[in-house]
Design a protein around this ligand. Structure first.
Ligand code: FES
Length: 171
């Protein structure tokens, strides 16, 4: 995903600011990356390069760490964040079918953001609503007893709301 010049600059500045709190011993790498993600919402390549320089390790090793742990995002989150629960209860009730349905309508894979940055898709662990399994969240709203048809409905209602917003119509 292409970042704007401003986003790149912000990524470098914020990463340097955070990395300055760590003395360069490698145990600080993961906490530093977590802080970077907390601030930026993801860990861009610029941040990985800065971290590599700070901790004196090859950038490819930092990339390896970021991709190994699925808590890290590599792309900026979308304006609408779709999270599909993959906890045990949701998994048993077809959480993977719900994930595939979102991948189908959004045309991205889990962990990615749509090119217009409207939606990002990720998996989450149990969100505590197991009786409503399978569950998906759109932003902070929990949607239970999800089906592929409900995924279509949610997607199109958000698309419609976005379009109305662009056209200045009441939602
Ligand atoms: S497993 Fe999905 S809400 Fe608990």
């Amino acid at each position: 995903m292409q970042l704007t010049e401003e986003e790149r600059k912000e990524a470098v500045e914020k990463s340097r600011e955070i990395l300055a709190r760590y003395d360069g011993s490698r145990g600080g790498l993961i906490p530093a990356l977590q802080q970077i993600q907390d601030v930026l919402g993801y860990v861009p390549a610029e941040a990985m390069r800065e971290a590599a320089g700070h901790f004196g390790m090859p950038a490819v090793d930092v990339y390896g760490v970021v991709t190994f742990y699925n808590q890290f995002r590599l792309t900026p989150p979308g304006r609408h964040q779709v999270k599909v629960c993959m906890g045990t209860a949701c998994h048993m009730k077809g959480g993977n079918i719900i994930m595939e349905s979102w991948e189908r309508v959004l045309k991205v894979k889990v962990g990615e953001t749509t090119p217009d940055r409207e939606f990002s898709l990720e998996r989450v662990a149990c969100v505590g609503c197991c009786t409503m399994a399978p569950v998906a969240l759109v932003n902070e709203t929990v949607h239970g007893k999800m089906t592929p048809t409900k995924v279509d409905g949610l997607y199109f209602s958000h698309q419609l709301a976005n379009q109305q917003k662009k056209e200045g119509m009441p939602e």
